[in-house]
Ligand binder design. Sequence first.
Ligand SMILES: C[S@@+](CC[C@H](N)C(=O)[O-])C[C@H]1O[C@@H](n2cnc3c(N)ncnc32)[C@H](O)[C@@H]1O
Length: 332
Amino acid sequence: MERSHVPVLPAEIVEFLKPDTTNAGPVVDCTLGEGGHSALLLEHAPDSRLIGVDADATMIERARHFLGPRASQVEFVCAWYDDFWLSYTGARPHRILFDLGISTFHLAGSGRGFTFREDEPLDMRLSDSVMSAAELLSGISQEDLADIIYVFGEERYSRRIAAAIVRVRSAGGLRTTGDLVETVTSAVPAAYRRGRINPATRTFQALRIAVNAELERLRTALPRALAALSPDHGRMAVITFHSLEDRLVKWAFRAASGDESAVGRSAVTAKHSTASKFAPKLIDTVAMPEGERITILTRRPVVPSYEEVAGNPASRSAKLRVVEKTRIEESW
Ligand SMILES: C[S@@+](CC[C@H](N)C(=O)[O-])C[C@H]1O[C@@H](n2cnc3c(N)ncnc32)[C@H](O)[C@@H]1O
């Protein structure tokens, strides 16, 4: 088995999340993947205990393999991270990491239709507990499909693309990712076809987000994780890869830190998408256990260096935000 994924912002994750050996709480890696970040954190704190969560059973097995002897320090949990936090009753974690999206393995080696580069089944699921892209595409209305492509993909030709998909679907011609790429390509203007990115990139992103309910899960999980975090200098970091995710995280952190300008922003989302039923509501209040306070450690998101992007192009859109939780001292 060969490692496919290069962890992004590795030095920054170690700097912010290096386990504190005096805190007995576990580290929770909510998006274990191949365990790259977890391995780095365990290297810096060989006695720490880590809970590694991933919705994808294949990733759990890959992480177990790549962690080698360190796997004995890890409790592996195959679950969606929002479900994990709903049922979590263990010790309060002192480090929490979310590294959102999918791993390089999903694109390059899973055969599940995440990439427009291969002709694969229209699947796109991280776990078979959800509907596949083929099932989603077979029943959805043209209007809802256009909305999904517009909101989750930020794709300006969403309406044309949705119309073309519905046309090809009715003729029985939409079976694989190759069919989808061809349909999208034929629907967009010629200049767009010659653009910097493959014209199907945004449609693929949108469908993957919809299939796995990525934004809704993040919206549910963030407040739960923030509440669970240890008040004794517990830290939580989130790495996002597109603007909708980053806005959710930014406002959840602001709301948790007591920033009143977060309140009432629940209807405001990425540009132009407020009217859609798929537009994710921002998190404007986070219930914090009494006597605990969240401080934002990254006033602006931390982004990869030029060198990191040159060596790992997949990191180019990464943004890291980190918070710390402390106790509010009583003053007499
Ligand atoms: C970017 S990769 C993480 C890579 C990891 N940090 C590493 O260094 O190998 C994201 C992982 O999170 C998982 N994932 C995505 N959304 C999830 C969710 N809502 N719940 C649980 N796991 C999720 C994916 O299956 C994928 O393995």
